[in-house]
Design a protein around this ligand. Structure first.
Ligand SMILES: Nc1ncnc2c1ncn2[C@@H]1O[C@H](COP(=O)(O)OP(=O)(O)OP(=O)(O)O)[C@@H](O)[C@H]1O
Ligand SMILES: [Mg+2]
Length: 328
């Protein structure tokens, strides 16, 4: 059984300008201990999808219009709020893009970590532990993400830490509940490349050591392919291709995935000129009918304009949603 199983999930936002059809039939699954990268252009719905796992965007204007999300066999969309609180942080940990906005600038790191650990305990309804024990756990978590002098850090405020240190603190807090799934949404976008590499290595190390499943979201193909065994490519609220990383990189089948890979500069071969994908992402208030990529696709034909392609397996474990994927 999969740890996470998303089937035909659709979500829309009702805005003053009309209905934004953001997620349009997402199908994805993730087994225990597996690593899945999700890549796609800005605005394609990656963060909305991540938040959906914890039902963080279900109040208006958001509306789930179809689908199921099963996590550890439970129907997340039907769980009562108390059950949901046990999932958030406890079983599914989230690390978000911008650490500064998830840490309170007015409170010491230690206070915020204690709150996070106590929050996990309260959700479980267990005995209340003494503050000293909580503090020791917080220090242990900071040490486990490679931060030196945890005691001094606990007494520090967020502005006294570098961006990379703050991101490590957030990862430490995410691990407080001993989760089985870590969802990291652009965890390194705000960091410079060397620190980015360190944080990615930290995440990879923790995932391997603790046997966590990982969903790593990024607009940067290099980030997800370096860290994940499997990659799903999203375009305008749909998964257009999903494959083992090596297979996706060597034989991308969807024209959008091919464009994405061709757009990456090659440092070893400066003569290779990265090519962009012509056109722009569609307006989700009135997305194109049929395949949402068809207005930008050189292979588009009548069926692409009329019929939404379904994800189908064309090579072992390699799925693509394109009517013309077999065409070389
Ligand atoms: N609360 C909201 N109300 C209305 N529209 C929203 C809301 N949250 C997200 N959206 C819309 O949903 C779409 C997908 O947004 P999302 O944040 O998931 O994109 P993303 O793929 O994560 O992009 P990025 O790479 O820039 O982070 C966008 O068009 C966005 O404007
Ligand atoms: Mg995002």
């Amino acid at each position: 059984m999969s740890l996470l199983e998303i089937r035909d999930y659709r979500l829309a936002f009702d805005t003053f300008d009309g209905t934004l059809h953001v997620l349009d039939g997402i199908d994805l699954s993730l087994g225990a201990g597996e690593t899945l990268g999700i890549v796609g252009e800005t605005g394609c719905g990656k963060s909305v999808l991540a938040r959906s796992l914890l039902r963080l965007n279900e109040s208006p204007p958001a509306r789930v219009t179809s689908g199921t999300i099963l996590f550890e066999g439970k129907d997340v969309l039907a769980l009562p709020e108390a059950g949901m609180r046990r999932l958030r942080g406890r079983r599914i940990a989230m690390v978000f893009q911008d650490p500064a906005s998830y840490l309170n600038p007015l409170l010491a790191i230690g206070t915020q970590m204690e709150d996070a650990i106590r929050g996990q305990e309260a959700a479980l309804g267990g005995a209340v532990r003494p503050r000293r024990a909580i503090r020791a756990e917080a220090a242990g978590l900071l040490a486990s993400v490679g931060l030196a002098e945890p005691q001094r850090l606990l007494a520090s405020h967020p502005h006294q830490l570098s961006g990379g240190m703050r991101q490590r603190v957030l990862i430490a807090m995410a691990l407080a509940g001993s989760p089985t799934l870590l969802v990291a949404d652009e965890p390194t976008t705000a960091l410079d490349v060397t620190v980015q590499a360190q944080v990615l290595a930290l995440i990879a190390g923790l995932v391997a050591e603790k046997g966590l499943a990982l969903m790593l979201i990024s607009h940067d193909l290099g980030v997800v392919t370096a860290s994940c065994a499997r990659v799903a490519v999203m375009y305008a609220g749909t998964v257009v291709e999903e494959a083992p990383t090596a297979s996706l990189l060597s034989h991308p089948l969807h024209p959008y995935a091919q464009g994405l890979i061709a757009a990456v500069p090659d440092l070893d071969n400066p003569a290779h000129k990265p090519r962009g994908i012509p056109g722009t992402i569609p307006n989700l208030l009135a997305p194109p009918g049929g395949c949402r990529f068809h207005p930008r696709c050189s292979r588009a034909s009548d069926i692409c304009r009329s019929t939404k392609p379904v994800l189908r397996e064309l090579a072992p474990d390699h799925r693509v949603a394109c009517h013309h994927a077999e065409t070389p």
